[in-house]
Design a binder for this molecule. Structure first.
Ligand code: SF4
Length: 637
């Protein structure tokens, strides 16, 4: 709730007096689902806008000021705040697509929930004339929000309630009368409050980490956005120049069709994937049959990286089936983790996205169930007759449906999460589970990678984590960063590397850009992004200020958790034991971050200006970042 000295009541001015920086549409749509009231709010004045930019940071500030303490994530008082940034939708930069939603996480029930998405959803919200949405209350019956430049209204969603995300998108787009309208929808998983349900947009993008469950609790099936407006930009010529430099920086990261036909996914980069509930990492013939597929790369709005892709399966029992995916490939690791290979993986990945379940939530829960079946502590009496053999397609598909609808003992508890399943199974099963504070890490085999593991542990749980530092500083920051190269097998220096990357990636999202479009390693990778921001807005943001904006977002994220009982010690104490076990096989066999815990977690909090065990910011950290109004939540000694 608003802090004592907060100026929040004037945060959205009745009439703006200062210049609206370029890139912004100038309005936020406030929606009260309980009363049906729709209201346009003006964006904050300068210098507040320069301080909070947009995306996660601006959304966090609103949430911190409006969300009551001590409520359940499914209480109608839980708020969804979704924000784009000034870069979103100009069309002159790569990755100018991002929209970030924040809310109280249903996965952990006490930390920030954060779901971010790209594609065309955020850019189309801007074409409708809005920079963001604030959604409060709960509807009495299935409802969707139509936000178009022609009309803003709440509409009946009864005809699509119960449908998957693909059908919902088709039907509501047709209903809008605009073939280019964009739809962000929940599937049955969101309707049934699966704790990690997602919003799915443009077929191939997802805002995960429980956003779908909060929408379902509000009976909000979808948001449809449409318009033809464009954000104004301050200096078009300079923006084009900076955007071209940014494109050059990400050139090496462009996706290719060949990669989609041959790659096992992101884990190929370091040579490890999740298999058999995190009990094997070795890549064998998981890609078998991929080379028979037909793949088409899809762009996000004006982004050359071409991460999204469609597949038509070209062989085997799923021949002719279509799938729509984005870059991450966590869903591939999800089904490798259940013993699948080849096109079974792509087929099941399409099913999970249609149902709207976050893949790691299912991977860690179902993986535990399959292992418990193998070891004889879960029998058919609790699986409704399903035989949870590794790679059993019928069982996995059936379990997906049951989880999305909370059907049966196992479907219902999988919907709650892997931690809850481990507790229900009891005994040894408590040691076989992977979770982080009740949420789940992104589904990749991170355990050999120090910075990525640190990222997954210190993320506030049930949210998309940020960070993963490199062995050397970003080239653009060499003027201030004098360290490296770091040893991947030793902990020294990795907390700093991680924090710096987290700050930069946060800032990238806060300006409204996609972190997949950020290549912070080569010269001009970060500077071209910041120059794009300045040319768009008319600001003169420096690299140091960019890092500070990212830091501000990180601090508000943890203040939100502090308000609800989170402490930093939970980051290494409330973790499923399997996640901290030594790597079981393969080239990283025996490696574990666990021998350096909790010191790595403590060091991360210390160097980011927070107490190592409570995670509370020190007062000088708040002062440096202009966040003194949150001093009530700072570390006092
Ligand atoms: S980097 Fe990839 S996911 Fe991000 S906007 Fe570009 S194409 Fe989309």
């Amino acid at each position: 709730m608003a802090t004592a000295d907060s100026d929040y009541k004037n945060f959205f001015p009745a009439q703006r007096k200062t210049r609206l920086p370029g890139g912004y549409m100038g309005k936020i749509l406030r929606v009260d689902l309980s009363t049906g009231k729709l209201l346009d709010l003006n964006l904050p004045e300068e210098p507040l806008l320069r301080k909070y930019w947009g995306g996660q940071l601006l959304a966090e500030y609103v949430l911190l000021n409006e969300l009551p303490l001590n409520i359940d994530p499914y209480d109608a008082k839980n708020l969804i705040v979704g924000m784009t940034g000034p870069i979103t939708g100009t069309g002159f930069t790569p990755g100018g697509t991002k929209m970030c939603f924040v809310y109280l996480s249903p996965a952990t029930r006490y930390t920030l929930g954060r779901g971010a998405t790209s594609g065309y959803f955020g850019t189309s919200l801007k074409t409708a004339g809005y920079d963001g949405v604030i959604i409060t209350g709960a509807a009495q019956k299935p409802t969707y929000l139509y936000a178009g430049e022609d009309k803003i209204e709440l509409r009946d969603a009864s005809s699509v309630w119960g449908k998957g995300t693909r059908d919902t998108e088709e039907i509501l787009r047709a209903e809008s009368g605009h073939p280019d309208a964009r739809v962000g929808a929940i599937g049955p998983a969101g309707e049934n409050r699966i704790r990690a349900a997602m919003l799915v947009n443009d077929y191939n993008h997802t805002a995960a980490h429980g956003l779908g469950a909060v929408m379902g609790s509000k009976k909000l099936k979808a948001i449809v956005v449409w318009g033809t407006k464009r954000p104004p930009v301050f200096d078009k010529l300079n923006l084009i120049e900076a955007g071209l430099r940014w494109r050059k920086a990400i050139e090496p990261r462009k996706t290719t069709v060949k990669k989609r036909l041959t790659s096992v996914g992101h884990g190929e980069d370091w040579g490890a994937i999740t298999k058999l509930n995190w009990r094997s990492t070795i890549i064998t013939d998981e890609t078998r049959g991929y080379d028979q597929n037909h793949v088409v790369l899809r762009p996000c709005f004006q982004c050359p990286r071409m991460c999204p892709w469609d597949v038509q399966i070209g062989e085997g029992r799923h021949k002719g089936k279509i799938g729509h995916f984005n870059a991450g490939s966590e869903w591939q690791d999800t089904f490798y983790n259940l013993g699948f290979k080849g096109n079974d993986v792509l087929y099941l990945s399409e099913r999970i996205n249609d149902l709207g379940i976050e893949c790691s939530h299912f991977a860690c829960g179902a993986g535990l169930a399959f292992e418990a079946w193998e070891k004889g502590i879960l029998g058919s009496d609790r699986t409704d007759g399903l035989e949870l053999e590794w790679g059993n397609l019928e069982a996995a598909e059936n379990l997906l449906e049951r989880c999305a609808r909370r059907e049966g003992w196992l479907g219902n508890i999988l919907a709650d999460g892997p931690k809850e399943l481990a507790e229900a199974l009891g005994g040894e099963a408590k040691n076989w589970v992977v979770h982080t504070k009740g949420g789940t890490p992104a589904q990749h085999e991170w355990r050999p990678l120090l910075s990525q593991m640190l990222r997954e542990l210190v993320a506030s749980g049930g949210m998309k984590p940020q960070g993963a530092g490199g062995k050397e500083p970003p080239a653009d920051l060499l003027y201030r960063e004098k360290w490296g190269p770091l040893d991947p097998n030793q902990p020294d220096g990795w907390t700093h590397s991680h924090l710096l990357t987290e700050q930069i990636r946060q800032a990238c999202g806060v300006m409204g850009a996609c972190w997949f479009a950020l290549n912070d390693k080569p010269p001009d990778g970060v500077q071209s992004m910041v120059d794009s921001l300045n040319a768009t807005t008319g600001w003169d943001v420096s690299l140091d200020e960019t890092v500070d904006v990212g830091h501000r977002s990180i601090i508000l994220q943890s203040v939100f958790g502090t308000q609800r009982g989170w402490i930093a010690d939970h980051d290494w104490q409330d973790v499923g034991p399997r996640f901290l076990e030594p790597i079981p096989d393969g080239k990283y066999k025996g490696f574990t971050i666990a021998k350096w815990l909790p010191e790595l977690v403590y060091e991360y909090y210390r160097i980011s200006g927070r107490h190592e065990k409570t995670g509370r910011p020190y007062i000088d950290t708040l002062q440096r970042l202009g966040l003194e109004e949150f001093r009530e939540w700072c570390q006092r000694d």
